[in-house]
Design a binder for this molecule. Structure first.
Ligand SMILES: [Zn+2]
Length: 423
């Protein structure tokens, strides 16, 4: 034990420039080592399916890919040549060039995606994708499909007010067409009852049969996440084109959430600022979800608030006392420093630690920062942030060392395993 401490001290001095606090001064070294060894369950990510030469590259890692939007001012950590991105490429591919990555991919013709998980200490990754397929084995990748498209069965042209919506809504329409085809339905059914019975319910049942543990909503990219509680009659009127489209969307959302409860799936919602220069940050405030979380008819449905509500991380804390509210800290570990994320994690762990989950949001952001590099950065930052948060609690006498290790295990794997009943 003592020898380990000395070795750690020597190593951290080597890696420490003047004025910079060593890692061991910031993170309890024994806790740091424990955290590094825990194999994680990643609550939210977008792994890219490896394809063979000549095969169409995978484009099913997101229903709304953000790579075709107008340029925004990217956060520094997200830029192609950020120190984090360069470090990730070096660590994963032993080099910073595209050819280094290509070589590693060639070396792993059959197990590339699981090789990536092994590099970043992830045992099971929840894969938020339109569809799964070869190269992403179900032993390591658990499916979370997209439900938003089902909320948009009408003509959507009146919903387009900016270039991002102009890019996104046709993608939802395309996915809804795919759901129609998968159900053997030629087009929009005549009545709402038929739509719910012949399209929405069987789509969710097929997702469940395909291994899905949750349905994902990225509605914050299209509209505020506040969901009302409209009557069936008003929803039917809207379906027939004689009412408020938002009323129909809200009714369908609630139908999907109830079906998720019946099928034993959770509901995933993007709750945080998001990509694109037109993203409506105010419309993603977690407090907008409160009426939904407080609805007695939805109490048995578990809602996972992806990305932990950033920048509304104080507000989301108060929601954790709702028995059906969970969160993860994906995306935050991509865009923000470990120090910033640690403050949020500590606040949540001091409040309701059983609801807090590790996640990466590993996503193919650019040619330079693929899902692998993004996953590497987020996993490293997430573990560091967790170590900082727990060290603070330990040194302030809030928890024992054993409890700190237990909390680390809960965040990195046990909370997600119990929420989704994973083995
Ligand atoms: Zn995501």
């Amino acid at each position: 034990m003592f020898r380990f401490l000395l070795a750690g001290a020597a190593l951290s001095l080597i890696g420490c420039s003047s004025g910079e606090m060593s890692r061991e001064a910031r993170i309890d070294p024994i806790l740091d080592k424990e955290i590094a060894q825990i194999k994680a369950v990643d609550n939210h990510a977008h792994p890219v399916r490896p394809t063979a030469a000549g095969e169409k590259p995978d484009d099913e890692y997101d229903a709304l890919p953000v790579d075709n939007l107008e340029p925004q001012s990217d956060p520094v950590r997200q830029r192609a040549n950020s120190p984090e991105a360069i470090e990730a490429r070096q660590a994963l591919f032993d080099g910073d060039k595209a050819e280094d990555k290509a070589r590693v991919m060639r070396e792993h013709p059959n197990d590339y995606a699981t090789w990536v998980l092994d590099q970043i200490g992830i045992e099971t990754m929840l894969a938020n994708r339109v569809a799964m397929g070869p190269g992403l084995p179900s032993s390591r990748f658990v499916w979370v499909p997209f439900a938003d498209a089902l909320m948009y069965p009408l003509d959507n042209s009146a919903l387009i007010h900016n270039p991002d919506q102009k890019a996104f809504l046709p993608l939802e329409e395309r996915l809804l067409k795919r759901y129609y085809a998968e159900n053997g339905v030629a087009g929009k059914p005549a009545t709402l009852a038929e739509y719910l019975e012949k399209v929405v319910r069987p789509t969710l049942e097929r997702h469940k049969a395909g291994g899905a543990v949750a349905e994902k909503f990225e509605m914050a990219y299209l509209r505020p996440i506040a969901v009302g509680n409209p009557s069936r009659a008003d929803a039917e009127k809207a379906y027939a084109g004689r009412g408020d489209y938002t009323v129909l969307q809200d009714y369908i959302f609630r139908f999907i959430a109830s079906e998720c409860g019946r099928l034993g799936m959770a509901v995933h919602i993007h709750v945080a600022a998001g990509g694109g220069g037109y993203f409506n940050v105010a419309g993603s405030n977690p407090l907008l979800l409160e009426p939904l979380l407080n609805d007695p008819s939805l109490r048995k449905i578990n809602f996972a608030m992806l990305h932990g509500g950033w920048p509304f991380t104080h507000e989301i804390t108060a929601l954790l006392t709702k028995p059906n509210a969970y969160l993860d800290f994906s995306e935050q570990t991509a865009f923000n420093s470990a120090h910033e994320v640690a403050g949020n994690i500590r606040r949540w762990l001091e409040y309701v630690p059983e609801k807090v989950m590790f996640a990466t949001d590993a996503y193919p952001f650019s040619p330079e920062v693929g899902w692998e590099e993004a996953g590497w950065i987020a996993a490293k930052t997430g573990r560091e942030a967790l170590g900082l948060a727990l060290t603070g609690m330990l040194r302030d006498g809030e928890v024992t060392h054993d409890r700190a290790v237990e909390l680390a295990r809960m965040v990195l794997r046990d909370n997600a395993r119990s929420l989704y009943h994973l083995k």
